[in-house]
Write a protein that binds this ligand. Structure first.
Ligand code: 13P
Ligand code: 13P
Ligand code: MG
Ligand code: MG
Length: 364
């Protein structure tokens, strides 16, 4: 039985129009570059909003220089097309001119996992636009730690021992693991703050197998300035001791609030949509999430199934739109607008400098 690596590497290399979508020529260019490579077992090029997502299977393991080089070259080729079409922010997420062996730290987001392909191997690739990696914290908590979401934690003997959740501190660059359910309350102290702490991976305590992996790259921390939002991806393996497909998509039926809407500086509901509807338009949003399901068969991606293109998510979308209406009425006020320290850019220093003489001490 051979081991398979599933790599999802994504970047925004130019928006059509503004930050709303990916031009079809970028998708066909990416498909052309990947189909010319002999490294891959299979691939699927997806988009959510203005982000191109390369979903690839191979046998080269995680952090493979060759696979990362292939993804980088694909994004460069797409950038050339984006420049010809003068798309918005062509090459936006490619922060460097020279590839250095691994795309981590260079702008693109990366989620990868290596595993032994099971008798049946259902996986879901979740992809979001207009938000940050911590957006997966709440749904992953529900999938892997909340019996009100995942009944398998209670009644499946292969899930009953629980899971280990690996969390990254994105500011201090540290990693910590929590054993669930015993350490639930400790875990929540951290992942309840999704701007700083993000779930990186989840492992089964029954088999030790990897169950989920997320991109945790923060663009502004890498670039030292605002270039665009991180727009993260998350891979979840399903069934047979892992959450059922239905348990993995269930958390998105209640659109939770995430950071990243308009100029990366607003809070909005994460709306589950079909690929066809993944065009954040109103106020460059609201933030979107898509879920593509695949059965993996000898490294081949059998799919995708567009899992949120289902009437059972209509009410979640309706609820998200109502939340969006409500939040938009707050205009430039928190908590719609992010707190000062979390905004991706601000005029505060400039305005403060201009008005500084007008600030007088309060006498009492
Ligand atoms: P501009 O200042 O280029 O209009 O950018 C605003 C924006 O869309 C943030 O990414
Ligand atoms: P993206 O991060 O999707 O490019 O969006 C940037 C933005 O500022 C939208 O308002
Ligand atoms: Mg963009
Ligand atoms: Mg985007």
């Amino acid at each position: 039985m051979s081991r398979i690596t599933l790599s999802v590497i994504k970047a925004d290399v130019g928006g059509w129009v503004g930050h709303t979508s990916v031009h079809p020529q970028l998708i066909s260019k990416a498909e052309q570059v990947l189909s010319e490579s002999s490294l891959l077992k299979d691939f699927h090029v997806a988009y959510v909003g203005d982000d191109v997502n390369l979903i690839m299977t191979h046998e080269l393991g995680v952090d493979s220089t060759e696979i990362h080089q292939l993804a980088w070259d694909t994004f460069l080729a797409c950038t050339e097309v984006a420049k010809e079409l003068k798309l918005y922010g062509a090459g936006q997420d490619l922060l460097s001119d020279a590839f250095s062996g691994n795309v981590k730290g260079m702008g693109p987001g990366v989620a990868e996992m290596e595993f032994e392909e099971r008798k049946a191997e259902p996986v879901i690739v979740f992809m979001a636009d207009k938000t940050e990696p911590g957006a997966w914290n709440l749904p992953l908590y529900k999938m892997f730690a909340d019996p009100f979401n995942t009944i398998g934690l209670v009644i499946d003997p292969k899930m009953h021992r629980g899971f280990v959740m690996e969390v990254h501190d994105l500011i201090e660059h540290k990693s910590v693991k929590f054993s669930l359910p015993e350490e639930l309350y400790d875990l929540l102290v951290f992942i309840g703050a999704p701007g700083r702490y993000a779930v990186k991976a989840v492992y089964s305590k029954t088999t030790g197998d990897i169950a989920a992996a997320c991109s945790t790259q923060r663009l502004n921390l890498m670039a030292g300035r605002y270039v665009g939002k991180d727009d993260p991806v998350c891979i979840v393996r399903c069934q047979s001791g892992l959450p059922a497909v239905g348990e993995a998509v269930e958390p998105f039926a209640n659109p939770h609030l995430v950071a990243g809407w308009m100029r990366g500086s607003h809070v909005g509901p994460l709306m589950p949509v079909s690929v066809e509807d993944s065009h954040p338009t109103r106020f460059d949003g609201p933030p979107r999430v898509i879920a593509l399901g695949f059965q993996i068969a000898n490294g081949k991606l059998i799919g995708p199934r567009d899992l949120f293109a289902d009437v059972s998510y209509d009410r979640a979308r309706q609820k998200a739109l109502e939340i969006a209406d409500y939040l938009r009425r707050l205009g430039p006020f928190e908590p719609h607008r992010l707190p000062l320290e979390d905004m991706e850019y601000t005029t505060m220093p400039e305005v403060m400098e201009r008005l500084k003489e007008r600030f007088k001490p309060i006498e009492d």
